[in-house]
Design a protein around this ligand. Structure first.
Ligand SMILES: [Mn+2]
Length: 255
């Protein structure tokens, strides 16, 4: 995230940007309903929620040092608290919504926008942009994208652009873009979906009538130490590389 913020700030300077909209497209937390996920989890959902809030707070403040910030959020499928749902009351029973609302409480000077559900349309510098997680979009081919666009057109909203995530692999086209994941591939995307991918995120520069889409590679983080959350990591008892290496005996008997 810190590396991503570094590159956002570089592009913001290059394009003389004064407003940044952070689009959170869901799945801030992984699910723990499958055995694979249980074995790979670093901590439980409640603790991961707070760690997510701490990390995103640092990220937002970092970007806020160069521009005004708005944040939008939709819910994903993995981050659901209970069941995957399609009505807002079920869709918002989701850790994405929880993390987003905690950030809103923590940061009253930042503009937070959510529909509380699975889709959100935001006008960014004249571009009508749909935020959607992507589990609704199947293989995300052009037919699916056109269907979503026509659904909105029937309600009088002409979408200029759609952005999503979900598949952990970058795809950028003229009217639709998907971000990879900050964590890169996971076992599901790599071994079940057979998608080879790298940690990456996208930046979209919205100019008056044009858009520049940029993929930022985040696979390697050399030179970045990360945001200072060591205190929170230990208080929320997350698994760390250190903890897996250091085995301490409870009682030391010295003779
Ligand atoms: Mn997902």
């Amino acid at each position: 995230m810190q590396k991503f913020a570094h590159h956002i700030k570089e592009y913001a300077k290059f394009y003389n940007v004064s407003e940044i909209f952070i689009a959170i497209t869901g799945d801030l937390l992984n699910s723990d309903r499958r055995l694979d996920e249980k074995l790979a989890m670093s901590t439980n959902r409640a603790k991961a929620t707070f760690l997510g809030v701490h990390l995103l707070k640092h990220f937002i403040l970092d970007l806020n040092s160069v521009a005004n910030i708005s944040v939008g959020c939709v819910s994903g499928n993995e981050s659901r608290a209970y069941e995957l749902g399609w009505v807002d009351i079920v869709a918002s029973d989701n850790y994405d919504f929880t993390i987003f609302e905690m950030l809103r409480l923590l940061m009253p000077d930042i503009n937070f926008i959510t529909s509380g559900g699975l889709e959100l349309v935001v006008e960014v510098n004249g571009h009508n942009v749909l935020l959607i997680h992507g589990h609704q979009l199947g293989n995300m081919n052009n037919d699916k994208i056109a269907k979503v666009m026509s659904k909105y057109a029937r309600n009088g909203i002409i979408l200029d652009f759609m952005m999503c995530g979900h598949l952990h692999e970058t795809k950028i086209t003229d009217l639709f873009a998907r971000s990879s994941s900050l964590v890169g591939a996971n076992s599901y995307s790599e071994n079940a979906l057979l998608l080879s991918s790298r940690a990456a995120q996208n930046i979209y520069i919205m100019k008056d009538k044009e858009r520049h889409d940029i993929r930022i590679d985040l696979q390697h983080t050399k030179g970045f130490n990360g945001y200072p959350i060591n205190k929170e990591l230990s208080s929320y008892n997350a698994k760390s590389l250190d903890k897996t290496l250091k085995k301490q005996t409870v009682f030391k008997i010295v003779i």
